[in-house]
Design a protein around this ligand. Structure first.
Ligand code: KIV
Length: 283
């Protein structure tokens, strides 16, 4: 049974002002991850399409489908977390028209999401309005939108010129007006994120957007040290579970090789009476 459920209206109303602490959001893609995030007290679990990169081994997020997202959303939702569950709409699930977008978002809601997230600004206003009209809460995502990796030519910081920053601020205002209940600002200069946070009535949730946002989000595998290779500047590691995992696995391999695993305690002993004279010869 869920207790202290975090809801869309609660998040919508939550600006980190006065004594209101910032919103803590983290990604999760399966039941153990969701349980850990919920036990740690996160406010929002994002079933992110970063799934593609940190779980499925792709170089970008473009390969995941609505079915993949629904499958992982179900795993998270089965744990009935207190945190709000938001699922990413993957690339091409909302780019081919409003009807497709509503149908695909409904698949994620039926899988257990309570809201969806999609990338883009003024160009997504029609889709956002249609989803909101279908009673599907939408979180926005602007700045470095990973689904635009080829348009951007890589995963690079956005809104770096004052013109680009003004365009991004126009975008967040447009999607707020269209009905998003919060917006992720990814990899943008802190001053631009601070201005967005000041201008918007809905909360901003930053990732690589500096401290002046209404919340922060990190990718589960990044913050726990379960990713390998390049680490973006904005990632703070709170654990080294990758290294710990390798050490634990080395211990297992070692014990198997020297036959110290399994011990008698880790095996099932057949009953004395049943197996005292047990023999078997093939027919
Ligand atoms: O997919 C994801 O993990 C995200 C976060 C980086 C915000 O969109």
């Amino acid at each position: 049974m869920k207790t202290n459920r975090m809801s869309v209206p609660q998040i919508r109303a939550h600006k980190a002002v006065g004594s209101n602490p910032p919103i803590a959001m983290v990604t999760a893609y399966d039941a153990p991850g969701a349980r850990m995030a919920d036990a740690a007290g996160v406010d929002i679990i994002l079933v992110g399409d970063s799934l593609a990169m940190v779980v499925l081994g792709y170089d970008d997020t473009l390969s995941v489908t609505v079915d993949d997202m629904a499958y992982h959303t179900k795993a998270v939702a089965r744990t009935a977390p207190g945190a709000l569950i938001v699922s990413d709409m993957p690339w091409m699930s909302y780019h081919t028209g409003v009807r497709d977008a509503v149908k695909n978002a409904a698949t994620l809601i039926r899988a257990g999401a309570e809201a969806v997230k999609l990338e883009g600004g003024a160009n997504r206003v029609d889709v956002i309005r249609a989803l909101v009209d279908a009673e599907i809460p939408v979180m926005g995502h602007v700045g470095l939108t990973p689904q635009s990796v080829h348009t951007f030519g890589g995963f690079s910081v956005q809104a770096k010129t004052s013109d680009a920053a003004k365009k991004m601020l126009d975008d967040v205002l447009a999607i707020e007006d269209a009905g998003v209940f919060s917006v992720v600002l990814e990899a943008v200069p802190d001053v631009v994120a601070a201005r967005a946070t000041e201008l918007l009535k809905i909360p901003t949730i930053g990732i690589g957007a500096g401290p002046n946002c209404d919340g922060q989000v990190l990718v589960f595998h990044d913050l726990l040290g379960l990713t390998f290779g390049h680490r973006p500047k904005f990632v703070r590691r709170y654990g080294a579970l990758g290294e710990l995992g390798v050490k634990a696995l080395e211990g297992y391999v070692h014990d198997v090789k020297i036959k110290s695993f399994p011990s008698a305690k880790e095996a099932y002993q057949g009953s004395e009476s049943e197996f005292a004279d047990f023999t078997y010869e093939p027919k």
